[in-house]
Design a protein around this ligand. Structure first.
Ligand code: PLP
Length: 439
């Protein structure tokens, strides 16, 4: 039985009359059978305007680590309603949040707050260039760091049409969108990730012109691929020796892998870390955290850090509520989320066997990437790109029909309020969806 999403389809047509593209972020247009319009969200569930209810593993592309409309967030918003949402002036919420972040994140002597992950990355790049007096920035294929002209080279699931040799060259990165000047990326150097020889060779040749290296600690956006043993450590070592700022982009992993971020888990101290998504639990807040002498460039006025809504009271209240909840019982919600995902991943792997479908799952605690591929392992971007993305998108559509909302690209998130029953229902749904897919 196909899903009735007629109202969503009608609302898209209505939306398209006024809202460019009918959706507020380009990525959302790709959802099949149609971009869904939501009536409400509660806990682990979301309900669309046609009355269909889904167990939600999209979680707003990551931020909803406490699920929808969590009571602790509602209470924080209540408080904000009494005190006002934003002042363009200072308040205790900023101090409490900044202090807590410096306590939680090992790399953080100081923090700066902004509104989105994209802005946090922009600030981290600016700080790095001002700190080093150099201009080049190294980034990696398959990583995503927001959509600013300064770094955007492709959508999160890109199909990079370059040969491997071109990729490891020092050529400028190609713009990711129409309207982006080629010049905006002339200082970006693209490298393959998890390839320490390529990085060492670059450093040997170019180190004096490189301001920063920016990397996700886990390549979450494209395959949930973890770093090879020693890879990030060697980057840390070489950047430290060469006076290059190491930026870890933890917009996804921050507060999702643990309260100390991925760098806390890995025992690594990058110079700067960017955070966002889960920090706000659905509210627009992000930040840069890092070493005192780099952050001092904001304090002494060398680097401009602006934003009308930066650190607003509603957003800092939301973030404090998120961090309080996640910190309860010594952070036991992390092991709970991981336990639930372990069960789900095991269930999905059994189903792949049962239905004779080739696929695999890369898991990093409370986040995983599910893909259909003939490869036995996916440990780099090239191998990831061999997956059957169209087949997965069809699977995501079949899952919707079964009452489960997953991202069409294959990345799954879980919240603290998902239950064992949600997981079992999801496995049963996947059984039916994979059976149809196998036909
Ligand atoms: N960095 C990473 C690793 C991301 O995954 C994203 C968004 O998905 C961003 C930065 C940009 O964050 P935002 O969408 O909040 O601008």
């Amino acid at each position: 039985m196909s899903l009735n999403v007629e109202k969503s389809k009608q609302m898209l047509l209505e939306s398209q009359k006024y809202l460019a593209g009918g959706v507020a972020s380009t990525l959302r247009a790709s959802m099949k059978p149609t971009p869904l319009f939501v009536e409400s969200g509660s806990g682990s569930r979301v309900r669309d305007v046609d009355g269909n209810e889904y167990i939600d593993y999209l979680l707003a592309y990551g931020p909803l680590i406490l699920g929808h409309a969590h009571p602790a967030m509602a209470e924080a918003m209540n408080e904000a309603t009494k005190r006002g949402f934003t002042y363009g002036l200072q308040h205790d919420g900023e101090i409490k949040l900044a202090k807590l972040l410096t306590e939680l994140l090992p790399c953080a002597d100081k923090v700066a707050l902004s509104g989105s992950g994209t802005e946090a990355v922009m600030l981290a790049l600016r700080l790095s260039r001002a700190y080093t007096g150099r201009t080049k920035v190294v980034r990696f294929h398959g990583h995503f760091h927001g959509w600013s002209d300064a770094i955007f080279t492709s959508f999160p699931s890109p199909d990079m049409k370059q040969s491997s040799s071109a990729r490891s060259s020092l050529a400028s990165a190609p713009p990711g969108t129409g309207g982006q000047s080629e010049n905006s990326l002339q200082d970006i150097i693209m490298l393959p990730w998890n390839d320490i020889e390529a990085f060492e060779a670059l450093i040997a040749k170019e180190k004096d012109s490189i301001a920063a290296v920016i990397t996700e600690p886990i390549m979450c956006n494209n395959g949930c691929i973890g770093p090879k043993a020693g890879y990030l450590e060697r980057i840390r070592e070489l950047t430290e020796q060469s006076g290059i700022v190491m930026i870890m982009d933890e917009v996804i992993t921050g507060f999702r892998l643990g309260l100390g971020g991925a760098h806390g888990k890995l025992g690594l101290k990058p110079d700067l870390v960017t955070i966002g998504k889960a920090l706000g639990g659905g509210f627009a807040i992000s930040g840069v955290a890092g070493k005192a002498d780099i952050m001092a460039l904001i304090e002494n006025g060398t680097v401009g850090h602006l934003g009308t809504l930066n650190g607003n009271f509603a957003a800092t209240s939301a973030a404090l509520a998120v961090l309080r909840e996640l910190g309860k019982d010594n952070g036991s919600s992390y092991s709970r989320m991981e336990h639930l995902f372990n069960r789900l991943v095991a269930g999905l792997r059994e189903l792949l066997n049962k239905h004779g479908i080739q696929g695999l799952i890369n898991q990093a605690g409370p986040v995983f990437h599910f893909m259909f591929t003939e490869e036995k392992q996916v440990e780099d971007f090239d191998t990831f790109n061999k997956r059957d993305a169209a087949k997965y998108s069809r699977f995501a559509e079949l899952m919707l029909e079964e009452g489960v909302l997953v991202r069409p690209s294959g990345l799954w998130y879980i919240s603290t309020v998902h239950t064992e029953a949600d997981i079992e229902t999801t496995i049963q749904a996947a059984d039916r969806a994979l059976a149809k897919l196998a036909l």
